[in-house]
Design a protein around this ligand. Structure first.
Ligand code: PRT
Ligand code: ZN
Length: 284
């Protein structure tokens, strides 16, 4: 019994999807133009597809699970389940208009033509805002539509915003925030569910490791209590005596969110020789 995963064949999600699978210990050789590959050390078969096709393939059970952007998933509206947000492929689906256009709110889109590759999501948004506008579905290079007179506005993915800037457009509404997600079909059997649980466990450990750092430092014993109270640790920090009398080595795990604040406070309280090292995997 093998679990089948669909990932993007080429494009923005391909590299990070492959990297994630490798980081959770799955070995396979790159497809070289082929549609399929097999992992050598886990019962997993990989299908390399266009991102637009992945929700359908997973809903139909051709693939058991898949990695796809939430934007595509919502647009395709298929019966699949989101298992995990993966933290890459982050972007937003936004409406942009010509820089010179006066824009206060969605009602300014009334009667305008909006070019997009996301007609389903855009129509829902317009309906919710009770705005009647013309949706022009085009499959690519949406950002040039206003410049060539095809539309007055666009609805497209944005990440840095430089594409909009280069085309004389400004972002006026964010309809959706998106990142890559792991999806599964609804009818997985027991064995496949077990394999999926194993994968999800590894993905969690990998995500946690990325969010955390291992920290080692030296502290004079008379400051230990204060320093230990600053450090969170997985249970509590490890404290070991140093060869030099009156000093200890303290080990702990720090979350990246409050990383710098804690480091500063440790220094201020007498910590020395602070080392921060990456964590490979973290199982709590
Ligand atoms: O061939 P296939 O159909 O599989 O790929 P595709 O060409 O349809 O998609 P691809 O590879 O471009 O994107 C795959 C997924 O990456 C998308 O569905 C999103 O979930 C995610 N993603 C993240 C993005 C972006 N960021 C992004 N910036 N997808 C596209 N863009 C484009 C956007 O359309 C615009 O043209 O990048 C441009 C804007 O970028 P900035 O940085 O200039 O704002
Ligand atoms: Zn696509």
């Amino acid at each position: 019994m093998k679990l089948r995963i669909a990932i993007q064949k080429s494009g923005r999600l391909n590299e990070d999807s492959v990297k994630l699978l490798k980081e959770i210990g799955i070995d396979f050789s790159s497809p070289n133009g082929k549609l399929k590959a097999e992992a050598s050390n886990f019962p997993l078969e990989l299908l390399f597809l266009r991102d637009d096709d992945i929700p359908q393939y997973v809903a139909d059970g051709v693939a058991d699970i898949g990695i796809v952007g939430e934007n595509v998933l919502i647009e395709k509206d298929k019966d699949v389940k989101i298992q995990n947000k993966l933290g890459f492929g982050k972007c937003r689906l936004s409406i942009a208009v010509e820089k010179t256009m006066q824009y206060k709110n969605a009602s300014d889109l009334k009667g305008k033509r909006i070019a997009t590759s996301y007609p389903v999501i855009l129509r829902k948004f317009l309906k919710k805002k009770k705005v009647k506008a013309e949706v022009h579905e085009i499959s690519g290079s949406v950002e040039i539509a206003p410049g060539i007179g095809l539309s007055e506005a666009i609805c497209d993915l944005v990440s840095s915003g430089s594409t909009l800037l280069m085309n004389g457009l400004k972002e006026v509404e964010v309809i959706l925030k998106s990142e890559a997600v792991l999806i599964s079909g609804k009818g997985l059997g027991k064995e496949k569910k077990e394999l999926l649980t194993k994968l999800l466990f590894r993905i969690e450990a990998n995500k946690k490791a990325k969010k955390n750092k291992y920290i080692l430092l030296n502290a004079p014993n008379n400051k230990l209590d204060k320093i230990v109270s600053i450090l969170p640790g997985m249970k509590s920090p490890t404290v070991l005596p140093l060869a030099q009398k009156g000093w200890s080595s303290v080990h702990s795990v720090l979350n990246e969110d409050d990383f710098w604040e804690i480091i500063e406070s440790l220094k201020a309280n007498g910590a020395q020789g602070i080392l921060v090292v990456p964590i490979e995997k973290m199982i709590v």
